[in-house]
Design a protein around this ligand. Sequence first.
Ligand SMILES: Nc1ncnc2c1ncn2[C@@H]1O[C@H](COP(=O)(O)OP(=O)(O)OP(=O)(O)O)[C@@H](O)[C@H]1O
Ligand SMILES: [Mg+2]
Length: 219
Amino acid sequence: MALQDEPLLELKAVHHAIGGRTIVEIEHWALRPGEHALLLGPSGSGKTSLINIVCGLVAPTGGEVRVAGERMTGVSALEKDDLRRRRIGLVFQTLRLVSALTVRQNLLLAQTIGRRLRDEADVDRLIGRVGLSHRAHGRPRELSQGEGQRAAIARALVARPALVIADEPTSALDDANTGRMLDLLFDSAAATGATLLVATHDERVRGRFAHRLELAARA
Ligand SMILES: Nc1ncnc2c1ncn2[C@@H]1O[C@H](COP(=O)(O)OP(=O)(O)OP(=O)(O)O)[C@@H](O)[C@H]1O
Ligand SMILES: [Mg+2]
């Protein structure tokens, strides 16, 4: 298989149960580079649980997860941490920026952790690209909601991950800001060559993605 055909994310017979209750069950699903995809399903269908499994934060009770050809299951916690650090950028609904640091310092920290290098010019370029140059030295609590989301996206992208995962990035936004958030995610992904996986139950987001993984409601 040619390298560019290799899935960026592959799920094989992934099963996860808590207390005997199945919360995730996927026979097979693959995401190839550039195939921006939605992770869809009603509340409680397992979207966040699956994201935690893909990121290696939760070990599924069965099955295999591969990220860029490397195993995220059946390997040590250290190997999972390393794979996540190298390949995945996460955008949380609650932004989880470090409150004591400025926007610029948050990005420099994420860059150093993810890439083990420090490139201030690259951080400044990315801050400019998300329209935050005037807020680069502001702290998270001083940002508007939209500015905070821009900072969180920039932070997720700064280590140039191949896969960017966003969990419900638009659920708290009005229509205009939902459109802007998606534009920003697509533009930023294009600029850094990342592929997006966006979890949502937001109907407004559906039309923008050609690929999807749909999770069924669970009783
Ligand atoms: N640590 C846990 N212990 C017990 N049950 C859990 C745990 N984590 C998730 N669940 C259950 O698994 C199911 C899926 O939860 P999950 O958070 O993945 O859903 P979701 O699709 O992300 O929902 P939402 O759209 O509301 O964010 C829910 O019924 C939830 O209660
Ligand atoms: Mg969720």
